[in-house]
Design a binder for this molecule. Structure first.
Ligand SMILES: Cc1cc2nc3c(=O)[nH]c(=O)nc-3n(C[C@H](O)[C@H](O)[C@H](O)COP(=O)(O)OP(=O)(O)OC[C@H]3O[C@@H](n4cnc5c(N)ncnc54)[C@H](O)[C@@H]3O)c2cc1C
Ligand code: SF4
Length: 331
């Protein structure tokens, strides 16, 4: 049985208290929200913080609010289940509700938070293994080694961003609030992720993600998220496709974003697919052409629980289905 290593735990009394603890303890401390990712990684020996700073006590980060002018604000400590069931999320941001309700199992969605999901550690079959397994195989760039075992000539780690909500937040043009010792800064989700699996995002070690803000949806906006996984009741995405589109009164597409996950260390925007859709009446051949662009853009590697050719082919299928979701007549 894998056991947690010994560590001290301190619940934060406030955001400022959490930030102060992280600032004082530097790389010896890590924040924890639901713990569904961090504790699993600690059991594998991937992280061994001396201090874990608990964020669950921060009730002020567990609120969701919406108004039609300013859009949606979600506290980082909201559970994925709360996000998936929120009435404003369901009616105005259906792709987010869909992505949140597709994460893991009901237990994971009750414990796991939206902030933790966006800060999810990148994943790789060579890395998310026990310490003994990794030692026997030989270490890799991401930790203790000097080569990538998936792409041997790559100077950077190619572990994948497998967060279900990250591509959706990207497609909605969401922004993240980060609070650190110097105060608060706002970062667009499109700038939050590094395309480097060993340094997944731009959040500093002494910063806490406090809130996510989504702009109010333009008139005629439709959105969806499609995910491929081995077991529909349980698993991380093998690939995923988020789509947002807006149409004018004549049904012409005025805005389109297609964002993929699990094909790289950050969500991947397929500009070529979005540009094809702009100014068109969605549906028919244009959908197939846009799905083809997604197929060309997505380049999965051999580091998830299914072969890369299957994952690549399924990108086209998922993109086609996602584009059909947003063009289907509303009931
Ligand atoms: C069996 C299983 C299945 C899963 N399936 C999926 C899946 O299908 N899709 C998916 O996306 N994920 C999946 N996960 C991963 C994980 O459960 C979720 O991503 C969850 O949302 C993580 O949230 P958490 O609050 O538990 O994060 P934690 O484990 O608490 O934290 C995760 C990381 O984020 C950091 N962190 C957390 N909150 C903050 C914050 N507010 N500010 C700064 N840093 C923070 C932590 O330090 C840690 O590095 C699965 C996990 C398991 C165990
Ligand atoms: S992608 Fe390469 S460097 Fe990164 S975790 Fe996997 S094997 Fe290691």
């Amino acid at each position: 049985m894998l056991r947690l290593p010994a560590f001290d735990f301190q619940p934060a009394r406030s955001v400022e208290h959490a930030v102060a603890l992280l600032a004082v303890h530097g790389n010896d401390a890590l924040p924890v929200a639901g713990g569904t990712d961090l504790y699993a990684n600690m059991k594998l020996g991937l992280f061994a913080p001396r201090l874990v700073v608990g964020l669950r006590s921060l009730a002020e980060l567990r609120r969701i609010s919406f108004d039609s002018q300013h859009g949606l604000r979600i506290g980082a400590l909201c559970s994925l289940d709360a996000v998936a069931r929120d009435s404003a999320v369901m009616s105005h941001y259906p792709a987010l509700a869909r992505a949140a309700e597709m994460v893991g199992t009901p237990e994971i969605r009750n414990m796991g938070t939206i902030g933790g999901n966006l800060c999810l550690e990148t994943r790789c079959n060579y890395y998310n293994q026990s310490a003994e397994w990794r030692k026997a195989m030989g270490h890799c760039l991401k930790r203790d080694g000097d080569i990538c075992r998936v792409a041997v000539h790559s100077p950077t780690c190619k572990a994948i961003n497998a967060s279900d909500t990250a591509p959706v937040m990207h497609a909605y043009d969401a922004r993240i609030a980060l609070v650190g010792p110097q105060g608060e800064r706002s970062v667009a989700v499109r700038d939050f992720y590094n395309n480097d699996g060993a340094r997944a995002n731009v959040k500093r070690a002494d910063e806490i993600l406090t809130e996510i803000a989504l702009p109010a949806p333009a008139n005629g906006t439709r959105s969806t998220y499609r995910k491929l996984r081995l077991r529909n009741a349980f698993d991380f995405p093998l690939v995923g496709v988020a789509v947002t589109v807006a149409t004018d009164a004549d049904g012409l597409c005025t805005q389109a974003r297609v964002v993929l996950n699990a094909v790289g260390s950050s969500p991947l925007v397929v500009d070529a697919a979005g540009s094809l859709l702009l100014g068109t009446h969605l549906g028919g051949e244009i959908t197939a052409d846009a799905a083809e662009e997604v197929f060309k853009a997505g380049k999965p590697l051999e580091n998830a629980n299914a072969g890369l050719l299957y994952r690549k082919r399924m990108l086209r299928v998922l993109a086609q289905r996602a584009l059909e979701d947003v063009t289907r007549p509303l009931r």
